[in-house]
Design a protein around this ligand. Sequence first.
Ligand code: ADP
Ligand code: ZN
Ligand code: ZN
Length: 697
Amino acid sequence: MSFEDKSPEKIIVQVAIDSPLNQLFDYAWHEDFATAPQKGQIVQVSFGRQECIGVVMQVLDKTDYDLEKIKKVQAIAPLQPISSDVMAMAEFAAIYYQRPIGEVLIPSIPKMWRQKNKWELLGKEKRLSKTSAATKNTKAQPGNEISLNEEQLFIVEKLWNQSISKKFSCNLLQGITGSGKTLTYLRWLKKILDDDESQVMIMVPEINLTPQLESSVEQAFPGKKLVVMHSGITDRTRADNWEKAHSGKAQIILGTRMAVATSAPNLKAIVVDEEHDLSYKQQEGVRYSARDLAVWRGKKLNIPVVLASATPSLETWFHAQEKRYEILSLKERAAKNAKPPLIQILDLKQEQKAGKKNEHGISEYLLNELQKNIEQGRQSIIYINRRGYSPVLNCQACGWLSDCVKCSAHMVLHKITEQKKNLCCHHCGVMRPVQKVCPDCGNTDLSPLGKGTQKIEEFLSERFPKAKILRIDADTTRTKGSAESLFSEIHDGDADIIVGTQMIAKGHDYQSVSLVGVIDADASLFSQDFRASERLFAQLMQVAGRAGRSEEAGESKVIIQTNYPEASPYKYLRHADVDGFLEEIKNERQLVGLPPFSYQALVHGEHKTLVQAIDMLKDASQLAKSDKIWPANAMLSDVIPRAMVRIAGKERAQMLVESESRQDLQKSIEILQHYLTEAHTKRKGVGWYIERDPISI
Ligand code: ADP
Ligand code: ZN
Ligand code: ZN
């Protein structure tokens, strides 16, 4: 059927709309439209009493509804249809993550393209109010003149051959921080971009923490147009950038997880940098893994995908061991004279036995090393992954703790000014001034227990009064530009000690840090989450990787304090033995059948009362298990309260679905979806969702 030989009012389009209803909606193509409908077109329709945008999913010549009553499509966005690979990926994700297609697809379109009254404005050239990032930055070129070493050249060649063969391949680019991974994939992409039509995508965890990134990537590709896609840009910029990628005007798309669904007609390569990073997993709405979707998209397009990391996720590493992914490894630090740091695991129990003091949890040994480093004019990092002053306030008389009334968590003490402290819940955001007396017993002697970044900062500035100390955590980097100015102070050498959370660990190329001290990392050894040790290892490797990045840093040292030096993350950290560590946890998981040796989905239920949440999941579970099509291979756990049972006044329950077969897991969650919907009609107040491939259990 062609558009020309049909009377236009008979053409029906099925449209995806952002609605919780799991269906498409039929509309008639408007007889006044000059163009025929196409899959992927963005259209405006009326829906209920509102007007909204939708995406054409199918073009039909009939409908089950009354043709007379069917509404017409009101307008077509002045854009090409969304690229077919993105359409296919959205359809796949809708099934895989068990969400309506509209909920998957529509939010991936920038907000202003979702508002018809903005379409005209978006068509117009924006006045250039700001200079672009590249001209704003006057700093050195990011190594355009550097000659690659042999390992790097070999990898570029290998990737380039994959590009030429126009076949899908997934590559794990593995190498310690500073081994030259970034420069390697940039050089490969540059070869691809010699063809003016080609587009490439680079995904990174969090752009706002690496302000130099945009300009350094831009400078790596002179004469090419780069656009960014992340949550830190305005709606207008996001709409413009998306359009540039979508129309093929931009060759490089650099962004966070949201970038994965950017429509791009000539995409020839996808890089996911720091592929193990948890921020690739969306934690609300459609809970997708952008890394996994990137691999899917690459496969669909028959193009190479590169997953880069110093500490790959076990899933990715295992794929590579099993030869499903290619391993490309870089073994040495690339920059001239940059030496990997000496990693010391400091046994705090031994220290104590030997009568050595520690102050605020920092050992005498580490304090002496700090002192020496400051005297030599070198920079040091103290890593503590907890922001605030103290994790909890305590009454020594009766044992009262500053618990949040809405969450099963302590409220954290924060220093606001020298005199003033607040209590703040990191889960629901509630904040209040510190009380003077214990609410339970009236005692006035309330004291902070434990330490966070603020307390360590306070202590270190008393201990080293001449040193310049900077603190980097979510509190000091909240306002726009603050992270940028803190990081440039570090780069300019204006800091002797940097106290920070894991924010300091990400991707920063500090040139003169030669001492890293890790205090208080043991807590995660006791987490019930089976991925906790993998995460701890990755985090500490990342932090350790900040030391000794250049000749300037000289001999560098990483000191990790612990009460459990034999715990496996520390055992392997000593020799920075990433493969050894991954091999060990792989064997552990294999023994008990955890991912990647099984596939999981977590069913969540939440309600004001725990019993309601639990009962709703139990109802669905019983129905699902007694259905004769329930796969024998799929295991459904008991319904249990979540480890952190209450957040913001909601009680939370969960049950885990597990199977060794991906297909059987898929079948079982489709069955569950059905019965959860049914069970929900009886307990309407209970919120629920299914999370595929959960990363914390
Ligand atoms: P990674 O991404 O593995 O952390 P980068 O690509 O950022 O590593 O490289 C780390 C540092 O080494 C950068 O300053 C980079 O310019 C430099 N570098 C990379 N490759 C080379 C090389 N072949 N020769 C000299 N310096 C290099
Ligand atoms: Zn008390
Ligand atoms: Zn709370």
